[in-house]
Design a protein around this ligand. Structure first.
Ligand SMILES: [Ca+2]
Length: 357
């Protein structure tokens, strides 16, 4: 591989992660720190929603034992989940976790690997050197709209897996490597990457395979984990490295529901310029604008309204003592979880780590 530009990052927080989850899909509703994760392996696949900092599970659904879960993305009020070799996409009600439909995988004769969304359409990887754009039609069907070849300096890049759309780029891990690429979804160009080898001493199939982002968590903050890892990590990445230059001029290639990022939306640019990176739920200033501008697809879940009320209350009332006590409790709970989960993973056998994307 030719020399490529590499981006630096700083680990700023860690959280517990379910060591029974063979992570295949990951996204987050940053307004309330809820994580949605799909976990693979035959007979052990499931999807769950949980709180980022504590790991507390709110919802969980198993899938049929013959289904191997893969990438997961939220679009509208539905959660779409790829399957590995079953040739279908499962559509869940994002609120109830009930299975709504089974769609044929529109990329015939290829496996389902990663999935993300720009707010309008879905992007899928298959292990091939292509990034596919899928469209949910007005009739609710899923069809392939287009594809781009994924390359770095002219060389094909294979095995991109779990993804996260961070307007206007896509971050994707390359299976069985420590590399997370920043990809231009319109050209397929792999522009730069980070190496997450220092996060966790993994082996076999425990590849890094979970990337999540929400501007409400922190506009330069990316959540990363891996298959069966005991921890999730919040990485701080400079705005220019994370999503390229701020978007100005024509936005014709952006989805109207494109989520906020460090490169997109004026309010966030102002916050970034002032050096006030978001921590916790939302910043103490400009929070109303931020919450109001979160894509409708997420707001429709009814979670943001609750969070907005929480923020308003927090801003207008005393914060110090209750928050300190709460944070101490969260830290203590997290440490306990890490100890317990560490003991669980030590019991795993090498048979789990077979060649599964
Ligand atoms: Ca993701």
């Amino acid at each position: 591989m030719k020399a490529v530009p590499q981006v630096n990052y700083t680990v700023i927080e860690t959280y517990p992660h379910d060591t029974t989850c063979f992570t295949q899909g990951l996204f987050i509703n940053g307004s309330n720190h809820h994580v949605f994760e799909s976990c693979g392996l035959y007979g052990q696949s499931f999807v769950k929603r949980y709180e980022l900092k504590s790991g507390t599970t709110f919802q969980r659904t198993s899938v049929a034992p013959e289904v191997f879960s893969e990438g997961l993305a939220l679009l509208g009020e539905s959660m779409y989940m790829l399957t590995w070799q079953q040739g279908k996409i499962l559509e869940f009600d994002a609120r109830t976790f009930q299975l709504r439909h089974e769609h044929p995988f529109p990329i015939q004769e290829l496996e389902g690997w990663g999935l993300t969304t720009d707010g309008c359409e879905l992007f899928a990887t298959t292990g091939s050197p292509y990034l596919y754009r899928l469209r949910v039609t007005s009739a609710g069907n899923i069809e392939m709209r287009s594809r781009v070849q994924v390359r770095h300096k002219g060389e094909l890049v294979y095995a991109l897996n779990e993804m996260e759309y961070i307007t206007p780029k896509i971050w994707a891990n390359q299976w069985r490597t420590n590399r997370l690429w920043r990809v231009d979804p319109n050209t397929g160009d792999c522009e730069t990457f980070i190496d997450v080898g220092g996060l966790h001493n993994w082996y076999g199939g425990q590849t890094p395979n979970g990337i999540a982002y929400s501007a409400a968590l922190g506009i330069t903050k990316v959540i990363v984990t891996g298959k069966l890892w005991p921890k999730m990590f919040a990485l701080e990445i400079g705005a220019a490295d994370l999503c390229g230059a701020p978007i100005s001029g024509s936005t014709s290639q952006l989805c109207k529901q494109a989520p906020e990022s460090a490169c997109w939306k004026s309010d966030l640019q102002r916050i970034s310029a002032a050096g006030r990176f978001l921590t916790g739920a939302v910043p103490s200033h400009g929070s109303a604008a931020l919450v109001a501008s979160v894509p409708a697809s997420i707001a429709q879940l009814g979670i943001l309204q609750k969070d907005a009320a929480h923020v308003s209350s927090a801003e207008s009332s005393q914060t110090s003592t209750a928050q300190v006590i709460s944070r101490i409790a969260v830290i203590a709970e997290s440490l306990l979880c890490i100890v317990m989960l560490g003991s669980i993973i030590s019991a795993k056998t090498a048979s789990w780590f077979s060649a599964k994307p």
